[in-house]
Design a protein around this ligand. Sequence first.
Ligand code: FAD
Ligand code: SF4
Ligand code: SF4
Ligand code: SF4
Length: 391
Amino acid sequence: MALFGGTPAVKKGDMLYAWSTDAEIQKKGECGGAVTALLKYALEKKIVDGVLAVKKGIDIYDAQPTFITDPKEIAKTAGSLHCGTLLLPKLVKKYLDGAKIKKIGVTVKGCDVMGFIELAKRKQVNLDNIVMIGVNCGGSVSPVSARRMIAEKYGVDPDKVHKEEIDKGQFIIEYEGGHKGISMDELEEQGFGRRSNCRRCKYKVPRQADLACGNWGVIGEKAGKATFVEVCSEKGANLLNAAVKAGVIATEEPDPKGIEIRGKTENAMFKLGDKWRRKDFTALGANLWETINKETSRCIKCYSCIENCPVCFTAADELIKTSLMVKPGEVPPNSMFHMRRFAHISDSCINCGQCEELCPMDIPLALFSHAIRSEADSAFAPKLGASAYKN
Ligand code: FAD
Ligand code: SF4
Ligand code: SF4
Ligand code: SF4
């Protein structure tokens, strides 16, 4: 085993606690800043030409994607924004040439990784040029619903909130004059909390990324100050080893009890995802076609659901937009406009929620496409769009 100043080099499959050795990044980082330090190091050493990450805009509800080429700028992206419902892969395809030429480092939640994989299958992005630093994800809260939830359930002016976090099953806010936490279960029973696609999601630890980083399993003195890192690829191992060797990341062995807790938490999240699937799909299944017909009758044919879906790509977009089944100018469009889209993604919808989140008419599109994908997966074995992932 190679040694870096007494620290054994990590390899795929290893787990460790890690944190940044830079005081500013440590302070700004959500759990010690390992993710930010790794991205900064990758940029400084030209392992990547640029970094795509997420930074806070005007307030905690405003998560902005940002492409950074100057390592000094990276610290701006430290910290987790739980109202950040954005998805990054299609931005790489649209604005960064699919990483066909430039090498890109990117922070990814589970749905981002799946989006990249689906775009790569369609030859829209080059995964060889992308370093994916994964973050575990318990879910995100839509900014509009977060504001309403904070006003109605917390009795706090949403504009006075300067920090939010999800810890031990609670959504916690800090505002001028105090802080308050309410359990996510309670919020969700009352129709608040995470987006509905997030409740059904089972991509909790993004092991298809190069590294999977999160707070689950960090216990004892390091709780809140270090990230639990699972090394998921050789690319991830090489980056981490080089960053440790350069002294920008410090690591230690994870507490075995922490590993056990992490496993239990992940399993509990899978069960919760199954519970929400049963609930949502059973309700929908009672009246599937009528519900789709009724809900989609509000459609104003803005095409946002197509533009922002990571599994719709140009040729298919055009096919749907210009299809003879949909008369140009007809609003609301014939139901077949939606049925064609659902059919075309029935083997690959990743339940990322972008279609639903960005639909101006609040049509529960991800519910429909996720239900159809799940139904198709269970009806046709082996899985359509066979993958090793829990869709
Ligand atoms: P930092 O150095 O602070 O870096 C954080 C990185 O996350 C930055 O690159 C930033 O740009 C990026 N980021 C911030 N918000 C978003 C966003 N909305 N979408 C994409 N990227 C974003 N860990 C768990 O163990 N359990 C969880 O349930 C859990 N839920 C999470 C939910 C969300 C929405 C997010 C973003 C993260 C979640 N995490 C969860 C991961 C955890 O909060 C930390 O990101 C992780 O431990 C790394 O800490 P760090 O200090 O090394 O990260
Ligand atoms: Fe996180 Fe899954 Fe929601 Fe994506 S879909 S934000 S991975 S819970
Ligand atoms: Fe219709 Fe909503 Fe899709 Fe726009 S995003 S085309 S309104 S279903
Ligand atoms: Fe995401 Fe909606 Fe496309 Fe499914 S159909 S992949 S939920 S945008």
